[in-house]
Write a protein that binds this ligand. Structure first.
Ligand SMILES: [Zn+2]
Length: 428
């Protein structure tokens, strides 16, 4: 039996343990917001890594406002250093999950196994990913593969809310950084036969329209801020959206529709709808809305901002009484790893070894922790790869197929061997 076959047989051998590990994590409801149960989940991962021979450190996000006594932000980092020369490969998975929401037919934190699937919030996104990374490496060890260099496994917090106390914090503390870390694999769910090389950019902004309050029976005496906001939203719809429709990125973003930039009104609040139980007759003097603009690498954040500002300025020049404030809530530039990166090539090839066809190189419509790895850690070689499917993340009845978990573990294990140079030592 060749080295590959031995490793894949070892993957089959640890599958049951990986499934149980995933289920244990899913039963800890690390819901974010608010960021619940992080210490318990970090300890669960840390204890498992220690049992598998890793040195384990816990990294609380000290100094950050969101690291509170009620909801501490605790990250866990395991290091496996068998003492042979070689690169450092860092595997990362976020522990937090989005709230369960409505519409479940199974308990969202029950981790029920049924029909070859594990059901639960955070199965696909991305606790199965953590289990896959940990047990892919374990399969290599059990197959007797002489692992070169160092393997790191981190379980981090707050990815769903920006990752500042999680991966960004580890980067800022120098725990993930160029010179120390050669390759990073983030187990985001982009489908297990695809290798994700980056994500689109994000620009979140808030616009506040200011009007003038007056009695609701005499609106001519006031200026209605909700109507002013209506003008702005209408201009976005008529002018900006068609322009965005005309742009398309060369980046292989999935799904196909997300190759174009997009704009969404995330929320709006204005005026006084009612006080206690009674309506109030007032012209709205304030209206605030939050917008989510996703942009492609062919656009820059500066251009994206300017397009919004131009529209606001034009309306102000044209419409008497239009007054506004405008502020950035979040700006994330797109990030992309070169498709010729040895890490990308190693995983694309591993997909072929496991699935029988070449892995597709894709990019994510939404942002994830890659941005911190690149911008704060300065690391060039970063991919997202995991067992979860993109279409299931954040939805009711989220699940992961056990078969996808098995194959993804095979891809990760063989991907590592490919990355290390495909050596097939006599030792095994
Ligand atoms: Zn995720």
């Amino acid at each position: 039996m060749g080295a590959e076959d031995r490793v894949l047989a070892a993957v089959d051998g640890v599958l049951g343990e990986a499934v149980e590990f995933c289920r244990e994590m899913v039963r800890v409801p690390t819901v974010n917001p608010p960021g619940a149960e992080y210490p318990r989940c970090a300890e669960l991962i840390g204890a498992r890594l220690r049992r598998l021979g890793y040195e384990v450190a816990y990294v609380p996000a000290e100094g950050l406002a969101e690291h509170t006594a009620g909801h501490p932000r605790i990250n866990v980092l395991g290091t496996l250093d068998p003492g042979r020369p070689g690169p450092t490969v860092h595997f990362n998975g976020h522990m937090d999950v989005v709230p369960a929401g409505e519409g479940w037919t199974r308990p969202p934190f029950g981790a029920v196994v049924d029909g070859g699937r594990i059901y639960g919030r955070g199965t696909a996104d991305m606790k199965a990913g953590i289990a896959a990374m940990v047990y892919a490496v374990e399969a290599l060890r059990r197959a007797g593969y002489p692992i070169p260099g160092r393997i790191e496994q981190s379980g981090t917090v707050d990815e769903e809310s920006g990752g500042f106390a999680g991966v960004a914090y580890l980067c800022q503390k120098g725990l993930i950084r160029a010179g120390r870390t050669d390759y990073v694999v983030v187990a985001e769910p982009l489908d297990p036969d695809r290798v994700c090389i980056g994500h689109r950019g994000v620009y979140w902004f808030e616009v506040t329209a200011r009007g003038r309050v007056a009695h609701g029976s005499m609106p001519h005496l006031g200026v209605n801020a909700i109507e002013l906001m209506g003008l702005f939203i209408d201009r976005l719809r008529r002018e900006l959206k068609p322009r965005l429709e005309g742009r398309k990125t060369a980046l292989p973003v999935v799904p196909e529709a997300a190759r174009r930039p997009s704009l969404n009104v995330n929320g709006i609040v204005g005026g006084q709808t009612q006080t206690e139980t009674l309506p109030t007759p007032c012209v709205a003097d304030l209206c605030r809305a939050v917008f989510d603009r996703r942009f492609i690498p062919e656009e820059t954040a500066a251009e994206v901002r300017r397009e919004v500002e131009d529209i606001l300025r034009e309306i102000k020049a044209e419409v008497k009484g239009f007054d506004y404030e405008w502020r950035d809530l979040m700006v994330v530039e797109p990030v992309v790893t070169d498709a010729a990166s040895p890490l990308v090539r190693a995983f694309v090839r591993a997909v072929k070894q496991v699935y029988g066809y070449e892995g597709t190189v894709v990019a994510s419509p939404g942002t994830y922790d890659h941005k911190h790895v690149r911008r704060l850690g300065g690391i060039e070689h970063c991919i997202a790869y995991g067992p979860g499917r993109l279409g299931l993340a954040h939805r009711p009845d989220e699940y992961v197929e056990v078969e996808d978990l098995r194959r993804a573990m095979g891809v990760i294990a063989l991907g590592l061997i490919n990355l290390w140079g495909g050596e097939k030592p006599d030792a095994i």
